[in-house]
Design a protein around this ligand. Structure first.
Ligand code: COA
Length: 260
């Protein structure tokens, strides 16, 4: 599929998905929502893709929802307005539920929905000076569709300050509160992203996908209720061909087949 607002390129097993509306700081409109959703579905279905790297061209990762588009949506009949909002929410879901691990490379600004894209990724790495913010209240709205993704990363307590004040904060603070995994100096960003991608590629592909599902399945269970789920999980997983290869490779002091 060809894209108008994204650049997609394979780098070996890594699918690079770059937001490409630099003139509006990669703000997302309906076309971006549609294309990003499709790009992540494509990543799901493509066996040669082992990781997805989400980044933005130009000065900023993303300035969030395109406000001209938001205004347009607001003027639609309510049912169409609601359907558009549902579709936008499902874009974030497509990222969070992607079967392949998603790394976000975040620079410049990640405001509103840009912070949402950061939260929807599995691993986000940003520059220390990058500016984040759940700035929606400054515009008279709320970070509604991104809230479940952001809450999973920063928790309700921190959200009570950040959703209500809409204050901006830098990459160091984003790391401190768990919105990103690491904040690094600008000239270290690509190296840090590369190091994380290398870690992901050295892991068993089915195990990585299973780890994502495991978190989803266990996060809300009590310790007692988790036991039947987690014990079955490891019993099933350790009997797979991938696990057998992982154990055997370790014992034979060689790299597993998925690393060759
Ligand atoms: N929607 C639509 N257009 C946007 C946009 C958005 N979210 N963010 C930036 N733009 C546009 C600007 O209107 C400007 O257009 P112009 O060149 O036609 O004037 C262009 O992108 C560049 O933005 P500008 O503000 O001049 O760049 P900057 O580098 O000084 O600042 C930001 C960048 C991201 C800090 C600033 O644009 C901003 O605060 N954007 C809004 C972010 C926001 O509140 N997002 C939440 C949305 S729910």
């Amino acid at each position: 599929m060809s894209y108008e607002t994204l650049e997609i390129a394979m780098d070996g097993p890594v699918r690079n998905v770059r937001l490409n509306r630099p003139d509006v700081r990669n703000a997302f409109n309906g076309v971006v929502v549609d294309e990003l959703t499709k790009a992540f579905k494509e990543a799901d279905e493509d066996d040669s893709t082992r990781a997805v790297l989400l980044s933005g061209n130009g000065k900023s990762f993303s300035a969030g929802a395109d406000l001209a588009w938001m205004k347009e949506q607001a003027g639609l009949p309510h049912a169409e307005n609601a359907a558009g909002a549902d579709y936008m929410a499902r874009m974030f879901l497509a990222i969070a539920r992607c079967k392949k691990p998603v790394v976000a490379r975040v620079h410049g600004h990640a405001l509103g929905g840009g912070s949402g894209l950061t939260a929807a990724a599995d691993v986000a790495i940003c520059t220390e000076g990058c500016l984040f913010g759940l700035t929606e209240v400054k515009l008279g709205i709320v970070p509604a569709v991104i809230s479940p993704f952001v809450l999973q990363k920063i928790g309700a307590g921190r959200a009570r300050t950040l959703f209500l004040t809409g204050e901006r904060f830098d990459g160091r603070e984003a790391q401190r509160i768990g919105l990103v995994h690491r904040a690094v100096a600008e000239d270290q960003l690509d190296e840090a992203v590369k190091a994380t991608v290398k870690e992901l590629l050295s892991a068993g592909p089915a195990a990585v996908a299973s780890a994502k599902e495991l978190i989803r399945s266990v996060a809300d269970l009590s310790l007692e209720d988790a036991i039947p789920v987690t014990s079955k999980w490891i019993a099933d997983l350790r009997a797979t061909d991938e696990a057998k290869e992982g154990f055997t490779a370790f014992l034979e002091k060689r790299k597993p087949g998925w690393m060759s």
